[in-house]
Design a protein around this ligand. Sequence first.
Ligand code: CNA
Length: 253
Amino acid sequence: MEVESGNPLEEVASLIVRSSCNVALTGAGVSTASGIPDFRGPQGVWRMVDPEKFEISYFHEHPDEVWDLFVEFFLPTFNAKPNPAHYALAELEKLGKLCAVITQNVDMLHQAAGSRNVVELHGSLKDAVCVECGSRYPLSEVLRQRTRGAPKCPKCGGVLKPDVVFFGEPLPRDALREAMMLAEMADVFIAAGTSLAVYPANQLPLIAKKRGAKLVVINAEETYYDFAADYVFRGKVEEVLPALVEKVKGMLF
Ligand code: CNA
């Protein structure tokens, strides 16, 4: 296989083609082209809301306020459609060149685009869960019946919480274990559309790198771990990822 020297996208495509386990870690930047705001980007939610309001302790003290905020910012998520970045990762998996997508996103758009092996590190918007008795309900149904404030559990009257990980909450144990295993196995680890500000997800690229993976960062702005990357693409994921997958296809067929 001929690789044009000095063309980083070709070089990464070639690494992907030659590797047996490539892994992607995605963040909110992968879904901004689907109309869902990120947290820390120029149009991010943090420009309008104090991040402390998404701390679990704040939720327990002010569930009505947090539900109102949650609905304001995350309701568009329910009508969102995958964009070319999601489809590119799904295609890479179909080509046998992506073991898994580890995502910090809660919007379920990777699955909607056709990705099968998706590890959701921060939960998802599928369900709401009772903080008292642990009963689960489809979040879309809970939102349909909700008027204002925090909805209550029909079984025990406890407050319901969207089944997403708030700041200060532990990550789902199985998802974290699987993500760590994937990071250790990866030959190429792609961090896309994430500022890499949030712990412990932001340790995964470093774990991968320590185990010998090539680290590729694709993000519109500087990330916390650009310094550790072998390749940094400063651009829109919905453009860079499809271009990368086209190059991979060109090398495979
Ligand atoms: P973040 O810290 O908001 O970082 C997002 C990064 O993406 C920023 O550096 C942006 O510059 C960059 N970015 C935005 N749009 C694009 C684009 N089109 N192309 C390339 N880069 C872009 O978000 P992280 O995911 O790093 O932080 C983790 C948080 C955000 C997790 O807890 C998520 O649950 C949470 N979150 C998820 C969603 C979602 O599910 N879609 C939305 C908002 C926040």
